[in-house]
Write a protein that binds this ligand. Structure first.
Ligand code: SF4
Length: 79
């Protein structure tokens, strides 16, 4: 799965949401997250993110964000 990290906070772009083929982005007050059970790992959102906040969970920097993306995707509304 791909995850969203803190670089998304207060970003106003939703280019990632537009390209996602399975609509697995969820939105809170300040940022978006990706539902890890719904993401099909296609990778098309990664280059579309202006602040480079999206990365695969295989990156070491993504580790702590995976649990938060999963947690918030269950609470926040789908966008
Ligand atoms: Fe959606 Fe593909 Fe990005 Fe996963 S990797 S969030 S399926 S666009």
């Amino acid at each position: 799965t791909y995850i969203v990290n803190e670089k998304c906070i207060k970003c106003k772009y939703t280019d990632c949401v537009e390209v996602c083929p399975v609509d697995c982005f969820y939105e809170g007050e300040n940022m978006l997250v990706i539902h890890p059970d719904e993401c099909i790992d296609c990778g098309v959102c990664e280059p579309e993110c202006p602040p480079e906040a999206i990365l695969p969970d295989t990156e070491p920097a993504a580790e702590k964000w995976l649990a938060l993306n999963a947690e918030y995707a269950d609470i926040w509304p789908n966008i």
